[in-house]
Design a protein around this ligand. Structure first.
Ligand code: ADP
Length: 491
């Protein structure tokens, strides 16, 4: 899945530097190619899907400039029109390497500086890039690095999802024996976080992985297996496989075992990364803009950056509260409501803003009155929308419509409804959703990752308000999730 955040990010870069086009490419983990991740091109409708991969070692001015920029780890500007795959772009074309940097974690380690992609800008409106632009683009490329590294981790998490019953630790080592990517399970097993960028010998408890690497390099088939004992004295099988590019894939497996609590921690950490990346990125950009001297026309952009950061921080608070509440439910405790009077429509607008990145690839259709004052726990009712909306986006194709409907029904009740045009739910599974923690339909497992707790929470919140949850669904057509709650809960 392409990251909506990267799309927005590239749009922002083009807007701030005032260029006609901008694109962000990642450097393939397993090949020496540029993979388009996000692109804006004001004059034509090129998208990252229509743009092909670019070979870094190919002939042509663009590939040569990319090699130069990656080599010198700094900007390169082309003054002639150039060809990026099928797309001809106008000068000046700025190519900035995206370098992922991390300070040494332990005193004997080197800091990590690894190119993970490039940011390219073309057709600047006033025709010249100056030092301020370079500085700004460099800072922005630092943010892109965080986003790209996160994408790589997501890709790995997707691979991991394919091994449903065993928690598989996966990592990819470069020919220099440094970790290129590693998933959460690998970090947990090895007992080091992060792993990325570190040399194997710095994280190798008892020299076990070094021996495995020696063995795999010596083997004719390019693979080797051994057992691995973790620092916590747990036993794993570990296997190594050499790739054609001289990289090594290492996989750790353990007997089937997982606890909902462990998965939940992983999920929360994952969910929190997105708002945090946005907040941190926005603050860094504002800092650089202020250092470069704020122009009157920058005011609006800065204001927008601050607003998005504030919105995302309120989202973080709510995700943390939701996690605490889920663990309370697990411990068999009742949900406590903090009831207040509030406008449900205003609450809906808040969550729509918070989820802007999740929802930007779908059409939204909102059917709601201008105002609807109800009594309830505002934060928890926002969580109902949050979970319905996130699922609607997750379990349907991009470009399809998500409909939100809020209406009053008889007997002083209101209905909160989210309808998607997605994969749907088989009739025999309907009754289990929201009741069985961890339950997921087979259909949904092919579509997206998840742990099956959001609907349990949503149902509990609905019922704690004296309401009920209903699901209507047809496989292949879509689903409607509905919470019916009293306008004023009984005290
Ligand atoms: P998850 O983290 O797995 O999405 P939820 O508790 O939110 O957990 O949902 C439980 C399961 O219900 C999902 O795994 C999926 O099988 C099904 N489901 C929820 N929402 C939808 C939807 N809009 N369309 C199809 N299936 C859905």
């Amino acid at each position: 899945m392409r990251s909506a955040i990267l799309d927005r990010f590239v749009q922002k870069v083009a807007q701030i530097i005032q260029t006609e086009g901008a694109a962000c490419f990642s450097i393939g983990v397993a090949d020496n190619r540029l993979h388009p991740q996000a692109i804006v091109s004001r004059r034509d409708g090129t998208t990252s899907d229509s743009l092909g991969h670019v070979d870094i070692d190919a002939d042509g001015s663009f590939a040569e400039a990319v090699t130069e920029a990656l080599g010198q780890k700094g900007p390169v500007v082309l003054t002639e029109p150039t060809q990026i795959d099928e797309l001809t772009v106008d000068p000046p074309v700025l190519i900035m390497p995206i370098i992922w940097e991390r300070d040494p974690l332990e005193s004997e380690e080197e800091p990590v500086r690894r190119p993970v992609g490039i940011l390219t800008l073309w057709a600047k409106r006033d025709q010249r890039y100056d030092d301020d632009d370079y500085k700004l683009v460099e800072t922005l490329s630092g943010q892109a690095a965080a986003l790209l590294v996160e994408e790589q981790l997501d890709e790995f998490d997707d691979i991991q999802a394919a091994f449903a019953t065993v928690p598989v630790g996966l990592m990819l080592l470069g020919p220099d024996n440094r970790v290129m990517v590693a998933n959460a399970a690998a970090m947990r097993i090895i007992g080091a976080d992060p792993l990325q960028g570190r040399e194997i010998k710095a994280i190798d408890y008892g020299n076990q992985l070094t021996e495995l690497m020696n063995e795999v390099r010596a083997s004719d088939e390019g693979n080797a297996a051994a057992s691995y004992v973790s620092v916590d004295n747990e036993n794993y099988s570990v296997s190594a496989q050499l790739t054609q590019e001289g990289q090594t894939i290492i996989a750790f497996t353990q007997s089937p075992f997982s606890t909902a609590a462990e998965e939940l921690t992983g999920q929360v950490a994952h969910e929190l990364r997105t708002p945090l990346t946005v907040i941190q990125g926005n603050l860094q950009t504002i800092e650089v803009m202020i250092e470069a001297g704020v122009q009157p026309e920058d005011q609006e952009i800065i204001q927008e950056f601050i607003e998005t950061a504030l919105i995302q921080s309120s989202r973080m608070f709510r995700l943390i509260a939701e996690t605490l509440n889920i663990s309370r439910i697990h411990a068999g405790k009742e949900l406590e409501l903090e009831v207040e009077e509030f406008d449900l429509i205003e609450a809906l607008n808040q969550i729509l803003e918070e989820l802007a990145d999740y929802l930007m690839s779908h059409e939204l259709d909102i059917n709601a009155p201008d105002e609807l004052i109800i009594e309830g726990d505002r934060g928890k009712i926002i969580s109902i929308f949050d979970n319905y909306l996130k699922n609607a986006a997750k379990y349907s194709d991009t470009g399809s419509t998500i409909t939100v409907s809020i209406h009053e029904i008889d007997d002083g009740e209101i209905a909160i409804e989210v309808t998607d045009q997605g994969i749907g739910i088989p009739p025999e599974d309907l009754a289990r959703i929201g009741k069985e923690a961890g339950f997921r339909t087979d259909l949904s497992k092919d579509q997206a990752g998840g742990i099956g707790l959001g609907m349990v929470y949503t149902r509990r919140v609905t019922e704690a308000h004296g309401g009920r949850m209903e699901i209507d669904s047809t496989v292949g057509e879509g689903s409607t999730f509905r919470s019916i709650i009293p306008k004023r809960p009984e005290r």
